[in-house]
Design a protein around this ligand. Sequence first.
Ligand SMILES: [Fe+2]
Length: 229
Amino acid sequence: MAEVDLEQRGNSIDEMLKKKRDQNPLPDPETLDDLVQGLKIIFQDNEINVEEVNEYMSKYKSNPREWYKYAKFDHHRYTRNLVDQGNGKFNLIVLCWGEGQGSGIHSHSDSHCFMKVLDGRLDETMYAWPSDSEDERELQKTDTHAYETDGVAYINDSMGLHRVENTSHTNTAVSLHLYSPPFDMVECFDQRTGHRKKVRVTFYSKFGKRTPFGCTSVETLEPEKSENN
Ligand SMILES: [Fe+2]
């Protein structure tokens, strides 16, 4: 009974917040800071309207001066750089992709995942979930997309798996990712066999400062078991 009451209360708060936003729509985000603050307002709701978030993230026009401090590259792999923890509702992360760098094939821990390209171009390849059988079977590609600067993409587990890559061998790329709810473990998949393993995701920097090795949960990880998704 108490749970039902809480749920009803949550729903009516959501409705109230939505009504308030309909009457006073959020102004377009002119800066990255505006975007972060606006997202915090949107994510006060328990129910997320994917279209609304997509549209709002699209309205921000990438300005390198605003995200430069989060853009830390590594020669060996792409990096994840924490920008904001969204009052516990989401993680906002800048991903930096060197020439030719890409992610493994992964799922998204039942979270919403929004990706906005801040610089360069990123290619996304989508795959179907492997069957539950133990048989080794190559993952089936279902779709491909290319996103240019300021483009926004969305995925959740009901849409399948994906891999994101900077296929350029001459240009780097930078993207802004929002994960809600935040997570620190994902499943990665082997394209050839469909086998999966759980890996912990790590941050290369937090709030513009390089994460010192040995000062975070990263230290407990074996390097080959950490993934930057
Ligand atoms: Fe992803």
